[in-house]
Design a protein around this ligand. Structure first.
Ligand code: NAD
Length: 495
């Protein structure tokens, strides 16, 4: 069986650890490859390559670094279909979802192409006699990205585009569930002219992650994944003196006010809940129906659900693929099994859908009359299950969201600008959509939730990414008045 290896110092590097993990095709349920699981020594080799490449890369001019990013952007665009296919075959999402992921990743490369402008510092002339103060931004050194399965192309791009452009060298530890795209991206970076060792990939599991967390030559860690692991990464990484940004899980609520366009809200709920089989940290998983819109909304969503075609990525008509693993599919199903006993109503049960027999498929599901305290309300389900909570007032809806432990994204559907403006002020959530169900910020803003959806105080990508991957040095300089010089400089000495 094919083994997916590391990329160290500019080349595919065969693993010597003797440990591998399975990589499935979620649409068939068959194992299609084995992924290497790095040993401590292999992690050390990747970090050593990145450390050795750092002096040369940080001294490479800004225009040259930008040139590499421009070339990389062109290569990713010209390999778009190949990357999307690779994502689809290991992750299971349909090619149109994979292409969407890639488009949002490319934005981050485009942002990084503008690095010369973003590294400009400040300058204060004449703060005192002959004294000027200015600041410069410098890269950190070896930085690490640890990424989740659900966006195997985009989330690494959230990290390495800015990290490399700012002059750092990078070690990526991708998800072991869909690891192949990391090697394709490494190859494209090399083709773009990135020197060996600037970008490295170690495939692996907890062993690799824990070594990266303690490695003395790692300066910073970016993590995206589930909340328990994000907390572990943040706590351990910072205890070891590293700069850490760790983004965690989510439970995104979408409020629908009585004045909203119900058809528009139902379209938004269906695409935001079931796109990528709900395996998106910005997926809508709770619709909060305010002031009596519940029945109309549930009807409108239910009417749309049978039209959503579930199937493998190889089916050109499929709009939603399988879940990532059998275990995860079964865990998602367990929320449907448990909901009635908790007092909720399963309106559409995805377990009953007519689906391909093989593979990790689950149909789209809708649970109504869901309330705080129920497992399907409190937990991040991370699957194609949408729940509906009915409340009487706007204030109840806001309290519901503000009392939830997660605070990644949220949305409000209304025709009332004043209500929307009040909502953006009141809500304790990091990313807010107004008649937009999945408000992922464009690459020139930054991405990050609140509460248990983030550990650390720096958001990811955009301006926050530039801050995270650089440290500021502030220089205070005094130059004597030229009149004190003993050398004739050829111009009047006092002005
Ligand atoms: P995960 O936390 O299981 O894995 C993420 C990474 O951590 C992987 O690289 C994995 O190998 C590693 N890892 C897993 N267990 C570990 C352990 N015990 N010790 C050390 N490392 C470990 O997450 P996942 O299942 O791959 O991804 C889904 C989760 O990611 C969801 O919770 C989702 O909400 C979240 N997510 C969040 C965002 C965001 O921006 N906030 C974006 C995408 C995904």
């Amino acid at each position: 069986m094919r083994t997916i290896d590391h990329w160290i110092d500019g080349a595919v590097t065969s693993s010597t650890s003797g440990r591998v993990g399975p990589v499935y095709n979620p649409a068939t349920g068959q194992q299609q490859a084995a992924v290497a699981l790095a040993s401590v020594e292999e992690v050390d080799a990747a970090v050593a390559a990145a450390k050795a490449a750092f002096p040369g890369w940080r001294n490479t001019s800004l225009s040259r670094r930008a040139e590499v990013m421009f070339r990389f952007r062109e290569l990713v665009v010209s390999h778009r279909d190949e990357i999307a296919e690779l994502v689809s075959i290991e992750h299971g999402k349909v090619p149109s979802d994979a292409a969407g992921e890639l488009a949002r990743g490319i934005e981050n490369i485009e942002f990084a192409c503008g690095i010369p402008a973003m590294l400009k510092g400040g300058y204060s002339e004449g703060v005192s006699g002959g004294v000027d103060v200015y600041s410069i931004r410098q890269p950190l050194g070896v930085v690490v990205g640890i990424t989740p399965f659900n966006f195997p192309a985009m989330v690494p791009m959230w990290m390495f585009a800015n990290a490399i452009a700012t002059g750092n060298t990078f070690v990526l530890k991708p998800s072991e569930k869909d690891p192949s795209v990391s090697l394709l991206l490494a190859d494209l970076l090399a083709q773009a002219g990135l020197p060996n060792g600037v970008f490295n990939v170690v495939q692996g599991d907890k062993t690799a992650v824990d070594r990266l967390l303690e490695h003395p030559d790692v300066e910073a860690i970016s993590f995206v994944g589930s909340t328990p692991i994000a907390q572990h990464i943040y706590t351990t990484g910072t205890a070891n003196g590293k700069r850490v940004q760790a983004l965690g899980g989510a439970k995104n609520h979408m409020i629908v006010l009585p004045d909203a366009d119900i058809e528009m809200a139902a379209d938004a709920a269906v695409s935001a809940a079931y796109g990528s089989a709900g395996e998106r940290c910005m997926a809508v998983s709770v619709v909060v129906a305010v002031g009596g819109v519940g029945a109309r909304l549930v009807d409108a969503i239910t009417a749309r659900m049978p039209k959503l075609r579930v199937g493998p990525g190889t089916d050109p008509d499929a709009e939603m693929g399988p879940l990532i693993t059998r275990e995860h599919r079964d865990k998602v199903s367990s929320y449907l099994a448990g909901a009635p006993a908790e007092g909720a109503t399963v309106v559409v049960d995805g377990r009953e859908a007519d689906l391909p027999a093989d593979g990790f498929f689950l149909g789209v599901s809708l649970i109504d009359n869901v309330a705080p305290g129920m497992a399907c309300y409190e937990d991040e389900i991370f699957g194609p299950v949408l729940t509906v909570t009915r409340v009487d007032t706007y204030d109840e809806a806001v309290d519901l969201i503000n009392n939830h432990r997660y605070g990644n994204g949220t949305a409000i559907f209304t025709r009332d600008g004043g209500a929307a403006r009040q909502f953006q002020h009141d809500i304790k959530v990091g990313m807010v959509g107004i008649n937009v169900p999945i408000p992922v910020p464009v690459a020139y803003y930054s991405f990050g939730g609140w509460k248990a959806s983030i550990f650390g105080d720096t958001n990811i990508y955009g301006p926050s990414g530039i801050d995270f991957y650089t440290r500021t040095k502030t220089v205070t300089s005094r130059w004597p008045d030229p009149s004190t010089s003993t050398v004739d400089l050829g111009f009047p000495r006092t002005r």
